[in-house]
Design a protein around this ligand. Structure first.
Ligand code: CMC
Length: 436
């Protein structure tokens, strides 16, 4: 069990119906203090009301810190900019899972373990054949990731720390294989098996773009860009899909089922599906001269459209991931000679106009990571339908680290929010022939 690190930081008083209730206040190491309302219902007979959890800390966590107003994102205290520049995705996975950067020997062992768990049970391949060829890769991933529980019984006992660790390594290792299989199935090419001499990201690119007829030669610029995308997406504290994983896990569900739940949540266009939506929007705008008109339509709200890839629930400043992503987008377009790409031009114009416009300034709507990741992934050769699957691949380590942390938390309970009920009060059943 993990020791709680929260410190007392005074009290808050709630006056309700003439009675004062003292509520303890706690501090973490960074970020706002929290008011502890755990005993409020028992003592004062009221709930708190916070749809979307915009003011509620659902857990103590020491994995990821975000300061949305300042545009700060840190994994275990390391800034995302530092990690994106100096680390690799696999090293970042170690950091997120174990809390510290690995020594050489620790990294060697971790790399060995992940690399040697990349193959999937051969029978899983038959699952794919049950899907239509045009199935969305996220529909496939929801199914096959959940199905892993049926193949790896020896890592579903969540009370055993060894089994938890094996499940963690399996998920981080197998997600690229499964995502690549979803892609290959979609394009009608044979599955490409993992190759252990390659790095995590080179191996993934080969499983996606290699064919048995030819040798696959990794391109370090493209590989670095994708590895960076993975780092930038690896964790994002208690976002919707992570909270989903924690909620699913709080009932004691096995890790594969929990990650499948996270994948289902990530699929939505307001969350992981935004990079796909952002690229579709750029294609719909088409040319630079149409940008101003499009922005006008967004602002007058008559058509209910939003600028996809703009705005964020917590970043009310430039998304720090968007900066690193922009660098990689340019590196890839340079490498592939695509700098005159019309979509990039539309993106830059959109960014320029939106950053100057009162509507976006006043609402603190800045480009988020998805704004640039879509362009980069398209240039790398991925169809838009794969974008969210790549996000799921990268976020798996964050989900797993948060799931593990939850299980080791002494305060962990089954997640069970309350509600303010506004439906009918008790009434008598009316037989069908007596209803109007
Ligand atoms: N374009 C135009 N207006 C917007 C946008 C946008 N992208 N986002 C928010 N607004 C407006 C919204 O209409 C509202 O205006 P008003 O105050 O006049 O009613 C105001 O800004 C606040 O909007 P909100 O929906 O209350 O803000 P939120 O913090 O709940 O929403 C969001 C966050 C990400 C869902 C939203 O900004 C959005 O829909 N963005 C586009 C989708 C997107 O890019 N999502 C990716 C998020 S990053 C990836 C991830 O971490 O999963």
């Amino acid at each position: 069990m993990r020791k709680s690190e929260i410190r007392p930081a005074g009290n808050a008083t709630l006056n309700y119906q003439g009675t004062d209730y003292d509520l303890p206040v706690f501090a973490g190491t960074q970020g706002p203090n929290v008011v502890d309302i755990r005993k409020l219902y028992a003592e004062a007979d009221i709930f708190t009301y916070d749809p979307g959890f915009t003011s509620t800390a659902s857990t103590e966590s020491n994995i990821t810190f975000i300061d949305g107003d300042k545009g700060v994102l840190q994994y275990r205290g390391y800034s995302i900019a530092d990690l994106a520049e100096h680390s690799s995705f696999l090293e970042t996975c170690y950091l997120l899972l174990y809390g510290e950067l690995p020594s050489k020997e620790q990294f060697k062992q971790f790399d060995y373990s992940i690399t040697h768990h990349t193959m999937v049970h051969e029978q899983l391949a038959t699952f794919f054949r049950g899907y239509r060829r045009d199935a969305h890769p996220m529909a496939i991933l929801c199914g096959v990731v959940g199905a892993l529980a049926a193949f790896y019984h020896d890592s579903t006992d969540i009370t055993d720390p060894v089994q938890r660790e094996i499940a963690s390594h399996r998920l981080i290792a197998k997600l690229p294989t499964l995502a690549a299989m979803a892609y290959k199935y979609h394009v009608g090419q044979p599955f490409v098996y993992p190759l252990n001499k390659l790095s995590y990201t080179d191996n993934f690119l080969r499983m996606c773009f290699g064919v048995p007829a030819e040798e696959y030669v990794p391109n370090p610029v493209l590989s670095k860009a994708l590895d960076t995308i993975f780092i930038l997406h690896a964790d994002h504290e208690q976002n919707a899909s992570t909270s989903t994983v924690r909620l699913a896990g709080s009932s004691g569900a096995n890790p594969f089922a929990c990650i499948a739940a996270g994948i289902a949540c990530l699929w939505g266009p307001a969350h992981g599906g935004a990079n796909e939506a952002a690229l579709k929007m750029l294609m719909e705008i088409g040319t630079v001269d149409k940008v101003a008109d499009y922005v006008k339509k967004v602002k007058d709200k008559s058509e209910g459209i939003r600028l996809m890839g703009f705005g964020h629930r917590v970043y009310k400043n430039y998304d720090p991931r968007a900066k690193a992503m922009q660098v990689q987008a340019h590196a890839v377009l340079d490498e592939l000679g695509l700098h005159d790409d019309p979509l990039l031009k539309v993106a830059i114009e959109l960014e320029r106009i939106a950053l100057q416009d009162e509507y976006f300034i006043e609402k603190k709507l800045y480009p988020n990571i998805d704004f640039y990741s879509g362009i980069t992934l398209k240039a790398l050769g991925f169809p838009t339908s794969m974008f969210t699957a790549l996000f799921a691949l990268a976020r798996t380590v964050g989900w797993i680290a948060q799931w593990k942390e939850m299980l080791e938390d002494p305060h962990q309970k089954i997640g069970r929010p309350r509600q303010i009920y506004t439906g009918p009060t008790e009434r008598a059943y009316v037989p069908m022939n007596a209803r109007k």
